[in-house]
Design a protein around this ligand. Structure first.
Ligand SMILES: *Cc1c(COP(=O)(O)O)cnc(C)c1O
Length: 462
């Protein structure tokens, strides 16, 4: 027996279970038609393995649940707020914290404070809610991620990196005074959960210092980014995830956080910063949109669970198992010949819908169609990340046609087992074998904002 390549297993055991409903293919066909071929509109109870998102659907630990019982639900000055604020400073370096109901609450406040009509906000690829808040505040988003990020076959180890030449070109084009801040995301969601290197972030920091432009951090997946730095970047192999996370945050001026991702809670977020003046402005606005500056839309118990979640999220064994499960699923799919975005990212596997459905043109929404077909096969829920998510150009009304037309299989943290991953991989493979039975889709209803959430579709007759 050869045991040189030893298995790893999750660094936790299961204390409580949530039984899942098993459905038939006919039931799933009816359910997806009822949902307008949009997996966001399926009922959760009709889903077997839910890989729609890693947002707010992770499993909390017994310590976090114990923290829920210690909720101080005072309207003002909750003890849990101070605990959360101190934890943010201790682990993430930012001095001031404004809680928000989730990440987009923080994005709204920050965009309103910093952006003026006609500004440009550069970022390492867009995120749906982030870009929308920038646009609603009057700015135009400019993508400054390296070109490799748009190529699903490129094996670049840090596809989240910023191309400083693109920033220089933007300055030459519009002038530095039109750029209120640079928005840098760690482990870029829309690029496939791809990390930025510490060296690149440091260079970006210098660029921002030189041009006197603020650097804002979308730190939703900062711990996963730290894991890739630890495993890929020279000089970081011996540093702990906690140290790397702290260093990443210290290189930036302010941050928006959706704590529903890395920080292991079901709801919540915050806006954090070092600048006292910015903090004062954020406190003024948070009372308008979220709640008092010491709760900002969160219950005391949720702030407590978040404080504990932050400490768990930067543990090396946790993050290794978290990203390890994503790698396990990705490697299994690759071995079966399924085309996915490379290298495998930190929170999800992205199927290349163009390669799987070469006969469906992009304006017939191949990723949306693939996601619906995947649900019908075995009850696995995924989401579209392609032309539907990209939306329309706010000036011309034309569909953005992103190079990446993907289906995202996103793993919630600490929820599913390796056996679930095997079921998912086999289902994807089965759908791919029968790809020529899948029809393209057309809109039956298109909402004005963030259309991917609530759009409805109908199959295109063949
Ligand atoms: C989820 C997410 C957001 C928005 O956060 P919500 O909590 O969903 O409002 C912002 N940026 C990134 C990268 C995200 O993944």
């Amino acid at each position: 027996m050869n045991i040189s390549n030893r298995s790893w297993a999750e660094p936790y055991k299961i204390k409580m279970v949530e039984p899942l409903k098993m459905t038939t293919r006919a039931e799933r066909q009816a359910a997806i038609a009822e949902a307008g071929y949009n997996t966001f509109l399926l009922k959760s109870e009709d889903v077997y393995i839910d890989l729609l998102t890693d947002s707010g659907c992770g499993a909390m630990s017994d310590r976090q649940w114990a923290g829920m019982m210690a909720g101080d639900e005072a309207y003002a000055g909750s003890a849990n707020y101070y605990h959360m604020r101190d934890t943010v400073e201790e682990y993430y370096s930012y001095k001031h914290t404004v809680p928000t109901h989730q990440g987009r609450g923080a994005e709204n406040i920050l965009s309103q404070i910093l952006i003026s009509q006609g500004d440009y906000v550069p970022g390492n690829m867009y995120f749906t809610t982030t870009r929308l808040h920038q646009e609603l505040a009057g700015a135009t988003f400019v993508d400054i991620i390296i070109d490799e990020a748009h190529d699903p076959a490129s094996m670049h180890p840090f596809k989240g990196n910023v191309d400083l030449a693109k920033l220089d070109a933007l300055v030459a084009d519009v002038g530095v005074e039109k750029i209120p801040y640079v928005c840098v995301a760690t482990c870029v969601n829309m690029a496939g959960g791809q990390p930025i290197s510490m060296a690149n972030l440091r260079a970006l920091r210098s660029w921002c210092d030189k041009h006197k432009v603020r650097l804002v951090h979308d730190m939703t997946r900062v711990a996963e980014n730290a894991y890739f730095i630890q495993s890929r970047e020279e000089g970081y192999g011996d540093k702990s995830i906690r140290e790397i996370v702290y260093e990443l945050c210290s290189l930036t001026d302010a941050a928006t956080m959706s704590s529903k991702k890395d920080a292991l809670v079901n709801i919540g977020g915050f806006l954090a910063m070092n600048d006292a003046e910015l903090y004062e402005k954020a406190c003024n606005l948070v009372v308008v949109y979220e709640g008092l500056h010491t709760y900002g839309g969160m219950a005391g118990r949720d702030m407590e669970a978040l404080a504990v979640g932050i400490t768990e999220s930067v543990k090396d064994d946790h993050i290794r198992a978290r990203v390890g499960q994503v790698e396990y699923l990705g490697e299994k799919l690759k071995a079966m010949g399924v085309p996915i975005v490379n290298p495998i990212g930190g929170h999800a596997i992205f199927l290349d819908a163009r390669a799987i459905l070469p006969n469906i043109p992009q304006d017939h929404f191949p990723a949306q169609a693939l996601s619906a077909a995947l649900y019908v096969d075995a009850g696995v829920r995924s989401m579209e990340r392609g032309v539907i998510s990209a939306g329309r150009n706010k000036d011309t009304g034309e569909n953005f046609m992103p190079k990446l037309e993907l289906v995202r299989l996103t793993l919630p943290r600490r929820v599913y087992t390796q056996a679930h991953m095997d079921v998912v991989a086999e289902s994807v493979c089965q759908v791919m074998i029968r790809a020529d039975e899948i029809s393209g889709l057309k809109f039956a209803y298109e909402p004005e904002y963030l259309r991917f959430f609530r759009a409805r579709f109908a199959p295109i007759e063949r």
